[in-house]
Design a protein around this ligand. Sequence first.
Ligand SMILES: [Zn+2]
Ligand SMILES: [Zn+2]
Length: 117
Amino acid sequence: MSKYTEQYKDVRWQKLRLEVFKRDDFKCCRCGLEEEVSLNAHHLIYFPNAKPWEYDPEILISLCDDCHETVHEIEPFRRFYGKMLKEVCTAFRVLMEFKCRISELSNKEFGGNKNGD
Ligand SMILES: [Zn+2]
Ligand SMILES: [Zn+2]
């Protein structure tokens, strides 16, 4: 347990998570919160023997503390994902990204344009 926590202090992990945060514009991928201090780089899947920093950034998403907690609560499937192919998890991240965009777009679209076509 404590050994695992130690791994998250590793500079390689710090570097990878920063890369993920940058890619996601330091926003939570689930609720859009922009608060760098509360961001977590969440592993969409886990591989049994991989170190946290050995993952492709594609497999990581930025989540705020609240969303991260929620995702972990509602995600007992995680081990199941671990058995899937990498392509599947990439598709999953694309889906998450798509959701991010949709919420951004709907904020814009529904903000002012109510003229239909
Ligand atoms: Zn959030
Ligand atoms: Zn997580």
